[in-house]
Write a protein that binds this ligand. Structure first.
Ligand code: NAP
Length: 525
């Protein structure tokens, strides 16, 4: 397909009227055609108008029709073929094989949500039958279900151009919930976004969904992104990106006459705790696994292990030395955008220049203009505890090892950690008691705690939590990956004493859709 450089508003392809956006191949610095003229506020207005118009019909689609729509989107994305991974690779510097895997994950995610929609558990149906004879007060008939919030604004992320972008987890979960979606595409991969956006447009037409159920806008975040979040028809926001971007959108959403929820995934350094017995028994192996995880996707994973904590001593020294050797052997990788590369360089320089941080090793220097040269640094727990800046995310392959004098210092570090997406424990049986003592603190700090694995690579399933306290996310009560992500875009409604004819079908006595319900506190068989 020839890319056309247009916004996709409902079923229309619309040429923008604002400043041009061009994708840049980060491996070469070359500008990639076509140009994408940015959208105007009028375009935001039109997309929101269509989304609002689509909402009343889309929210009433049957579970089966909605599930088929999600599956058709997946089919259409697969049908794009190699053009998608080739364009994605040119726009992001990511290898095509990685993008092939990401496409599988994106389509798998859409199909997972289709199965979730069909099963209907997310409606969370609850019936408390009337008790007219109850003393001292009768009980009314109460029935609860979840309904979609309304049109959702989704900001595509730079680091997963498929799985967290136009048809990524935010879009899939919002559509599954019954919410139309208006995407603000990431300016770094407009061609990839257009290809996926057109696949969704085709699915909308094939499934005879109302056209406003999906629109894709390009343009400056500070202009059309802000306009989108300010639009009164938008009822929730999904975002993955920088802390400053997420915070700016939260401020806008809160300042509206009707404030709305913003589900922003922002920054996390994903601490790894090295327990003494594990370090003694298999320090080299842990170092190997750690550096492989650190280098994944040039370190541009939200779950990149950017902090390592262990007890100072010969075993930690051996780990640092083995990890340092592996870092030195690490090949340079192209970073996603010139801006991300610049931010990485400045983060690395801040660590290198810090008087209390020692550089252990740097990876191979690259020849491309935007190469990531892996960095490994070390600091004492005392210095780490004294300087909040050392907890800042350096987005890219960079990690800081913290040497602790004793378990009290490890505990103090755990207590002082900002909110995280993940915390990893490298532990053996002999470390069980130490890990048990730390766990209650760690639970307060992270959305996912894992043992003897690596945090990169997030399974898309029913039990996954990709979330965590601020600044990992803006709302620690939810997840942006996995089937539970649907709850972000739903709210409960209780129907009290409504006549049967007014009740939603799923709440009627005969349970016509045969969806599991909680009746008087007990699960209906
Ligand atoms: P970003 O700068 O936050 O941009 C993400 C999206 O939000 C873009 O569409 C951007 O629009 C928009 N945006 C940014 N600031 C905004 C504002 N004030 N108002 C409205 N919209 C705004 O993120 P990025 O471009 O992906 O990467 C920059 C940095 O973000 C990285 O260096 C890294 O530190 C961090 N990051 C973190 C993660 C993570 O998972 N932890 C993932 C990706 C990035 P424009 O198109 O105008 O830029």
């Amino acid at each position: 397909m020839t890319l056309q450089g247009t916004l996709l508003i409902g079923q229309q392809a619309v040429t923008g009227s604002q400043a041009d956006i061009y994708a840049v191949n980060p491996a070469t610095g070359e500008t990639l055609p076509p140009r994408y003229p940015g959208g105007s506020r009028a375009d935001v207005e039109k997309a929101c108008q269509l989304a609002e118009a689509a909402f009343s019909q889309y929210r009433e689609t049957t579970l089966e029709a909605r599930a088929q729509f999600l599956e058709t989107i997946a089919d259409e994305i697969e049908a794009i073929g190699t053009e998608l991974t080739q364009r994605g690779a040119a726009e992001t510097g990511l290898p095509e094989a990685r993008l092939e895997g990401e496409r599988g994950r994106t389509c798998g995610q859409l199909r997972l949500f289709a199965s979730v929609v069909r099963a209907g558990e997310w409606l969370d149906l609850r019936l408390d039958p009337a008790q007219p004879e109850r003393q001292p007060m009768p009980r009314a008939d109460l029935r609860q279900r979840h309904i979609p919030l309304g049109p959702v604004a989704v900001f595509g992320a730079s680091n997963f151009p498929l799985a967290f972008s136009v048809a990524g987890g935010d879009t899939a979960s919002a559509l599954a919930a019954g919410c139309p979606v208006v995407v603000k595409g990431h300016s770094a991969h407009p061609g990839t976004s257009e290809l996926v956006g057109r696949a969704i447009q085709r699915a909308v037409a094939k499934c005879e969904m109302p056209e406003g159920v999906f629109s894709l806008l390009f343009g400056s975040g500070r202009d059309i992104g802000q306009a989108l979040v300010s639009d009164p028809r938008i009822k929730a926001v999904g975002f993955t990106g920088s802390r400053s971007g997420g915070m700016a959108l939260m401020a806008t959403a809160q300042a509206r006459p009707e404030p709305i929820p913003v589900y922003a995934e922002m920054s996390s350094i994903n601490p790894v705790f090295l327990f003494p017995e594990a370090l003694k028994a298999r320090g080299n192996k842990i170092a190997e696994g750690f550096v492989a995880s650190l280098n994944m996707g040039a370190g541009q994973f939200c779950t990149n292990p950017g902090l390592v904590i262990g007890l100072k001593g010969a075993d930690l020294d051996a780990f640092i030395s083995a990890a340092g050797e592996a870092v030195k052997a690490s090949n340079a990788q192209t970073m996603l955008t010139p801006g991300i590369h610049e931010a990485y360089q400045s983060g690395i320089s801040a660590l290198s220049d810090h008087s209390n941080v020692k550089e252990i090793a740097r990876g191979q220097a690259g020849s491309g203009p935007h190469s990531c040269q892996t960095g490994l640094f070390v600091a004492s727990a005392q210095d780490f505890l004294a300087d909040d800046a050392l907890q800042g995310e350096v987005f890219g392959a960079s990690s800081l090892v913290i040497e602790c004098q004793d378990s009290d210092e490890i505990q103090r570090i755990a207590e002082q950690l900002e909110g995280q997406l993940t915390i990893t424990l490298q532990m053996d049986d002999g470390d069980l008691n130490a890990a048990k003592a730390l766990l209650p603190t760690l639970e307060q700090r992270a959305g996912r705690i894992l043992a003897n694995g690596w945090p990169t690579g997030v399974e898309v399933g029913h039990a996954m939590v990709h979330g965590g306290p601020y600044p990992a996310t803006s709302d620690s009560r939810t997840t942006s990956v996995g089937s539970a992500a649907i709850y972000r875009f739903l709210r409960p409604v209780c129907y009290q004493d409504l006549p049967t004819d007014l009740l939603p079908e799923v709440l009627r006595d005969d349970n016509p859709l045969n969806v599991s319900r909680l009746v008087d506190g007990k699960r209906e068989s």
